[in-house]
Write a protein that binds this ligand. Sequence first.
Ligand SMILES: N[C@@H](CCC(=O)N[C@@H](CS)C(=O)NCC(=O)O)C(=O)O
Length: 233
Amino acid sequence: MKIVSFKICPFVQRVTALLEAKNIPYEIDFISLSDKPQWFLDISPSGQVPVLITDGGKALFESDAIVEYIEEAFPALQPNITLEEKATNRAWSYLASKNYLVQCSAQRSPNAEVLAERSKKLDQAFDKIEGQLGGTAYFGGETVGMVDVAWLPLLHRANIIERKSCHDFIGDRPKLKKWQKQLLETKLAEQSVSCDFEDRFVDFYLSDQTYLGRGSAINSGCFSENCATDACC
Ligand SMILES: N[C@@H](CCC(=O)N[C@@H](CS)C(=O)NCC(=O)O)C(=O)O
């Protein structure tokens, strides 16, 4: 199977994280979105990544459809769950994926006011998931499931931003912080992106054109006015 990818795309990372979580081998083909090759336009009706090309040569598009295919075509990450649980998982996953571009746009904010405005929807989603998280290591229990995989790109990016600029997208949400830590400890975040992901991500989101990027250049990677603890400065 092959995944057509763009290096810093969160929708792609959701798909590759699921493949990694299930230990399914795959090839990856990176394309430039500013110069899409014709073969890609021929197989991607939306002109967007991710596209999954099955071993039978069928091109699947739209990350929601692709993750459902992967969950059903291979031994399930969450076997023996009820239809209600499956639907609930889909819904909480959707809350994550509909905020991928919200987070991307917040990360590209040119100033503090725009960052605050663009973070509002993400804050609401973070509040909702904070209220939903229980005492288990992952969303639905003690093993990684579909909702964990869907939220991973948001939590991975929030972690990079916090390490590099000290801006904390997650804020005072202890359950979400704990969940982020548990998910990052699985190493799925690194395994689901290319080796140069962090550099490419920083180049795009923490350049001198973004508020967070200008801040990360101060005090060796930290907004002094935003640092709550010495640990991040
Ligand atoms: N609804 C799509 C969204 C995918 C998406 O927005 N991909 C972006 C990259 S992160 C893309 O391919 N953008 C290129 C374009 O829209 O022309 C999905 O879930 O797969």
